[in-house]
Design a protein around this ligand. Structure first.
Ligand code: SF4
Length: 289
């Protein structure tokens, strides 16, 4: 991608009077030398694969370690029985985020957007939005371009892997991408999109990658819920006119700086944080014996 900042995307939007998603789409066409139809079809395939993964969720499946499985369905049941404080939208997003995270841990097909560990955030908010707000497929694919544009700038300017920058780089980036996409779907312009992304990233800044036993299971699956919920609140704040006092690109730079400062033990080594708790060590020892 040719953009090194969100500001560059916004400048192009203004200069050419184009929406954020179209600027990202045209950049993809230039970079991959494809037509608009080919680019759109590829993005549609990704979105449909997310849908397929959601439909293919199996309640009875558990990961090889036996630590993960069934929580997405549990959440869905609590929601339909009226036991949750979250409303229908947030509740369904939580259920879908868990289901996708579990599917990843259970080696089922998922879309790693931006990574396998953080694969639940974007589909949870987008699929639920389409279902509950009756959006057209065209709008959903446009929202995917918005998410992709944000993710690509974060990848170029900072990082999107837990090994490089901690979980803020995975769940944080996924949340920023989802927040921008939701802000767009809810009527936000380019500036609103970038501030939604910035607020998500700020709220998850400093998050460690501390996988128990080195598996992408604990805390990964449940962190997808956190990332999705932060995305919704950040999109709502942005649409309400609330702005990040720190410019979005500077937020990304701060995330990079925080990630680079994180000790090795908190960057996907499975040695610090939750992995180093007595229970975390007990789980690891049990799995290795
Ligand atoms: S804890 Fe690590 S592996 Fe798990 S989602 Fe976060 S960054 Fe990815």
């Amino acid at each position: 991608m040719s953009f090194r900042s969100l500001a560059e995307i916004l400048n192009k939007c203004k200069k050419e009077d184009k929406p954020f998603w179209r600027v990202v789409l045209e950049d993809d066409m230039e970079e991959r030398l494809v037509t608009e139809e080919e680019s759109f079809e590829k993005m549609k395939q990704l979105y449909m694969a997310m849908k397929g993964a959601d439909i293919a969720y199996e309640e009875g499946l558990s990961s090889t370690s036996g630590l993960v499985g069934g929580d997405g369905a549990r959440m869905g049941r609590a929601l339909s029985e009226g036991k949750t404080l979250a409303g229908p939208f947030m509740g369904e997003v939580m259920s879908k985020a868990l289901k996708m995270g579990e599917s990843n841990a259970c080696m089922k097909k998922i879309v790693a957007a931006p990574t396998g560990g953080a694969c639940g955030v974007i589909p949870a908010v987008l699929l639920t939005y389409e279902e509950q707000f009756g959006a057209f497929l065209q709008q959903m694919i446009e929202a995917m371009y918005v998410a992709a544009g944000i993710g690509q700038v974060i990848a170029v300017r900072a990082f999107i892997s837990g090994a490089a920058g901690g979980c803020q780089a995975e769940i944080g980036s996924a949340s920023a991408m989802a927040a921008g996409a939701l802000a767009y779907l809810n009527g936000g312009d380019g500036e609103c999109i970038t501030h939604a992304a910035a607020m998500s990233l700020k709220n998850l800044m400093g998050l460690a990658c501390d996988t128990v036993a080195g598996l992408v299971e604990i805390p990964c699956v449940k962190r997808n819920v956190g990332g999705a919920v932060v995305a919704i609140s950040s999109a709502d704040m942005a649409v309400a006119g609330i702005r990040s006092q720190i410019p979005p690109d500077e937020v990304i730079d701060a995330m990079r700086e925080v990630g680079e400062s994180l000790p090795r033990t908190l960057r996907e080594t499975g040695e610090g944080g939750l992995a180093a708790t007595p229970r975390g060590i007990e789980i690891k020892n049990k799995l290795m014996s």
